[in-house]
Design a protein around this ligand. Structure first.
Ligand SMILES: [Cu+2]
Length: 689
C-alpha cells in the first residue's frame, strides 16, 4: 500500500493549516447549533454497564453506527490507547506516544489476559513496546470489555483481570450497503488520520471492511519543549464477514492486518522500525448442540507478530544494537451453554500454542571486534490447554455465580543455544516443564429497592511469562538493570476479594467499589550482586524471584448527577496501594486520582468539559527507578454536532486537551517523560446510507 500517496492526499485536507481548520470547525459547530428536545440522558459506563452479575466496565468505541450519546465522552478517531485511558479502571504505562501498555488493578501484561474477540495474542517485544492493544485500531472495534480479577478467567489465565477487544460486525442486520469516511487531525503533533469503512449486510450474509491510516510527528510537552523520538506511522486494514448456512448455523471469519513503522520511544534507548501483525480467525456457530446444550461456538485462530527494534535513529549510543522479535500463536476455543431451571451454565474448552523468539546483536564501534549475538527469548514454545465452566443462579432479586478454570501450561525451550545460555545460571534446568493452573470464583449480587450490592471472593494463579521464566539479559531502562529469567519460579497466585455498592438517590447515583489482592509468590526482579551487566552503563543485574507475598488494593468512588434533561455531571476518584511482605512499595501503583466531566447532550449536539488529575505520588519505590511524581490537574473541552444531509449523516467533533498547556508527567510515564501539552483536535465522519 502506498502510504506516501495517502499522506499527500491527506496533506491537502489538513496539512499545515490544521489550527485554522480546527477554528473553522469549532465556529461552524457553534454557529449552527440549534436547540432541540432532550434525548435520553447520557449513560455513564461505569455504573450502568454493570451486567447482571459481573462487575465490569464496557468502553464503547465511537462509530457512525452508534448513537450520539455513546460518543459523548469520546474523541472520535483517537487511538485505542486514548479510549482506554478515558476508562475508570485502566491505566497505561507510556514509553512514548504510541503503544501504551494497559494496566488493570495496578497489574500489567503478564498478570492480565488481553484478547481480541477471545483470541490470545502475545507481543513480540522483550521490552513490552508492543502490547496487544497496539495491533488493532478503533476502526476494527465495537467495544472493549474489562473484567477485574478472576472474572476475567473466561478468556484465559489471569491475576489482574481481562481486557477483551470486540470486533465490530454487521452481524446479519438488514442494513444493506453502508459506507463511511472519516478524517481527523491533531495540532500538537501534526497527527493526520484518515479512514473508511464499507459494509454490506443482509439476513443471510455480511461483510465489513475498514481501513485507517495515522501519522504523527514529535509531540510538544506543556511549556513548549519538543519530545524527540515521539513520532509514529501506522496503518490497519480489517475484513470480517459471515454466512448463514441455515437458520441455526453460521460461519464467520475475520482478518486484521496492522503495520506501524518508524515508531519513536522517547523514554527508551531504542526505537521500532517495524511492528506488524496478521490476525485471523474462523468461527462456526450453531444454535443447538448435544442434548440440552445450546449456543455452540467454535473458533480457530492464528496470529503472527514481527517486531523490529533498533537504535539506528539515535545519534549517540555506546554500542549499536538490533533486537528483532517474533511471536506466533495458534489457538482455538469451543463453548456451549445450558439453561436449566434457575441455572445458566457456560462450558468452554480452549487452548493455544505460542512461539516466542527474540534476538540481540551488538555491533562494537571498533570494527576489529566481533559482533555479539544472543537469544533474549530462546525460542520458547508454550502450550496451554484449559477448561472453563460457570453457573449463574438467578433468584428473585439476586444472582449467584460460580466459575472455575483448570489449565495445563507447558514450556519448551526449543533453541539449544538459548538453553545452554540459560544453563550458565541454572545448570540443572530442564528443557521442558509443565504447570497446572487453576481458578475458582464466587460472586453474589443483590438488587434492593434503592441499592445494588455485588461481592466476590476468588482464587487464581498464573505461570511466569516468557521474560520472567526464560528472558536473557533484558535491559530495563526504568531501573537501569539487566533482567534474567528464572525457570524455577513457582506459579504466582492471588486470593481476591471485591465488593461494589451502588445507590441511586433521585438524580444522583453513587457507586463505591473496592478490590483487594493478596498475591502469593509474587514475581518481581531482585538484584543479584554476583552477576555482571551486559548493557553498557547498567547498574546491575536483577533475577526474577518469588516474593513471599504482596498485597494490592484499590478503592474508587463514582458519582453521576443528572442536573437537567441536557446537563449531567459525573466524577470519580480512586486510591491504590501495593506493598510487598516487608511493607516496601511495589512499583507502578497509582497515587490518588480524580476526574470529573460536565456534559451537555441534546439530540444533535454534545459538549463536555473535563477535569482530571492526580495527587503527589508519595508511595514510590526508588529501587525500581521510581521517584516522587508531582500532582497535576488538566482541563479539556470538546464539542460535537450531528448533521443530516439528505439521507447521509455528518458528524463533526472538535476540542482542546490540556487547555492551560500544563507541563506534567504521571506515575505511569516511563523515565518521567512529559505528557503532551495543549492539543487541538478535530474529526469529521461522513456516512452514506
Ligand atoms: Cu521492542
Amino acid at each position: 500500500m502506498n502510504t506516501e500517496f495517502i499522506y499527500k492526499v491527506f496533506g491537502y485536507l489538513v496539512g499545515g493549516s490544521l489550527r485554522n481548520t480546527v477554528a473553522l470547525v469549532l465556529l461552524c459547530t457553534f454557529a449552527t447549533a440549534e436547540r432541540t428536545t432532550a434525548q435520553e440522558p447520557i449513560i455513564d459506563n461505569s455504573i450502568d454497564s454493570i451486567l447482571p452479575i459481573n462487575l465490569q466496565e464496557v468502553i464503547v468505541i465511537s462509530s457512525y453506527k452508534k448513537d450520539l450519546e455513546h460518543s459523548a465522552h469520546a474523541k472520535p478517531l483517537s487511538t485505542l490507547d486514548e479510549y482506554l485511558e478515558a476508562s475508570n479502571k485502566v491505566s497505561l504505562i507510556k514509553r512514548g506516544a504510541y503503544a501504551w501498555e494497559p494496566m488493570l488493578n495496578d497489574m500489567s501484561t503478564e498478570r492480565l489476559s488481553v484478547t481480541i474477540d477471545g483470541m490470545r495474542i502475545f507481543g513480540a517485544c522483550t521490552d513490552k513496546m508492543d502490547p496487544i492493544t497496539s495491533y488493532v485500531d478503533v476502526s476494527n472495534l465495537s467495544e472493549v470489555q474489562i473484567l477485574g480479577g478472576q472474572q476475567g478467567a473466561e478468556h484465559g489465565t489471569t491475576i489482574g483481570g481481562s481486557i477483551d477487544m470486540q470486533l465490530e460486525k454487521s452481524n446479519f442486520n438488514p442494513t444493506d450497503w453502508q459506507a463511511a469516511i472519516e478524517t481527523g487531525g491533531e495540532a500538537n503533533n501534526a497527527a493526520r488520520i484518515i479512514g473508511g469503512e464499507l459494509n454490506y449486510s443482509d439476513e443471510k450474509f455480511y461483510v465489513d471492511t475498514d481501513i485507517i491510516y495515522r501519522k504523527a510527528e514529535n509531540y510538544v510537552a506543556g511549556g513548549g519543549e519538543e519530545v524527540a523520538y515521539s513520532q509514529y506511522e501506522k496503518y490497519n486494514f480489517s475484513i470480517n464477514g459471515g454466512v448463514k448456512i441455515s437458520n441455526s448455523q453460521k460461519l464467520l471469519g475475520s482478518f486484521i492486518f496492522d503495520e506501524a513503522r518508524d515508531i519513536g520511544y522517547p523514554a527508551l534507548p531504542m526505537d521500532v522500525s517495524l511492528a506488524q501483525a496478521f490476525i485471523g480467525s474462523i468461527s462456526y456457530l450453531q444454535d443447538f448442540f448435544i442434548g440440552r446444550l445450546t449456543d455452540w461456538e467454535t473458533k480457530l485462530y492464528a496470529n503472527s507478530i514481527t517486531h523490529i527494534m533498533d537504535d539506528s535513529q539515535r545519534l549517540d549510543v555506546p554500542i549499536r544494537m538490533d533486537m528483532p522479535g517474533w511471536s506466533d500463536t495458534y489457538g482455538f476455543y469451543s463453548q456451549s451453554q445450558l439453561k436449566h431451571e434457575d441455572h445458566r451454565f457456560l462450558f468452554k474448552l480452549d487452548g493455544f500454542y505460542n512461539r516466542s523468539l527474540a534476538e540481540m546483536t551488538m555491533y562494537p564501534n571498533n570494527s576489529e571486534e566481533r559482533e555479539m549475538f544472543m537469544l533474549t527469548w530462546p525460542d520458547v514454545r508454550s502450550i496451554n490447554t484449559g477448561f472453563y465452566a460457570e453457573d449463574v443462579l438467578s433468584f428473585e432479586n439476586s444472582y449467584l455465580k460460580f466459575s472455575t478454570r483448570f489449565a495445563f501450561q507447558s514450556f519448551n525451550v526449543a533453541s539449544e543455544m538459548g538453553l545452554n545460555s540459560l544453563r550458565i545460571f541454572y545448570p540443572d534446568m530442564e528443557q521442558r516443564q509443565t504447570r497446572i493452573l487453576k481458578s475458582v470464583a464466587a460472586r453474589y449480587r443483590i438488587e434492593g429497592d434503592n441499592f445494588q450490592f455485588t461481592g466476590g471472593l476468588s482464587y487464581g494463579d498464573r505461570a511466569p511469562s516468557v521474560s520472567e521464566g526464560f528472558g536473557f539479559y533484558l535491559y530495563n531502562s526504568f531501573d537501569n538493570h539487566d533482567y534474567i529469567g528464572n525457570p524455577d519460579l513457582k506459579n504466582e497466585s492471588a486470593i481476591e476479594v471485591n465488593a461494589s455498592f451502588v445507590v441511586p438517590i433521585n438524580e444522583l447515583k453513587i457507586a463505591m467499589e473496592g478490590n483487594y489482592f493478596h498475591t502469593l509468590n509474587f514475581i518481581l526482579g531482585e538484584v543479584n550482586p554476583e552477576l555482571s551487566v551486559m548493557t553498557i552503563g547498567a547498574d546491575g543485574v536483577k533475577v526474577y524471584k518469588n516474593l513471599l507475598y504482596a498485597n494490592l488494593y484499590n478503592i474508587s468512588l463514582n458519582a453521576t448527577y443528572q442536573l437537567s434533561n441536557a446537563f449531567s455531571l459525573s466524577g470519580n476518584a480512586s486510591y491504590h496501594r501495593g506493598t510487598d511482605q516487608d511493607g516496601e512499595n511495589l512499583p507502578f501503583i497509582s497515587p490518588f486520582t480524580y476526574a470529573s466531566t460536565l456534559a451537555y447532550t441534546q439530540e444533535k449536539l454534545i459538549a463536555s468539559f473535563t477535569v482530571n488529575g492526580a495527587a503527589d505520588q508519595v508511595n514510590f519505590n526508588p529501587d525500581f527507578g521510581e521517584d516522587r511524581t508531582d500532582a497535576y490537574t488538566i482541563f479539556s473541552l470538546a464539542v460535537g454536532r450531528n448533521f443530516k444531509i439528505n439521507e447521509d449523516k455528518l458528524y463533526i467533533k472538535a476540542g482542546v486537551e490540556n487547555v492551560f498547556d500544563t507541563n506534567y508527567s504521571t506515575y505511569t510515564d516511563w523515565n518521567n517523560i512529559p505528557r503532551m501539552g495543549r492539543n487541538f483536535f478535530a474529526a469529521i465522519t461522513y456516512s452514506f446510507n
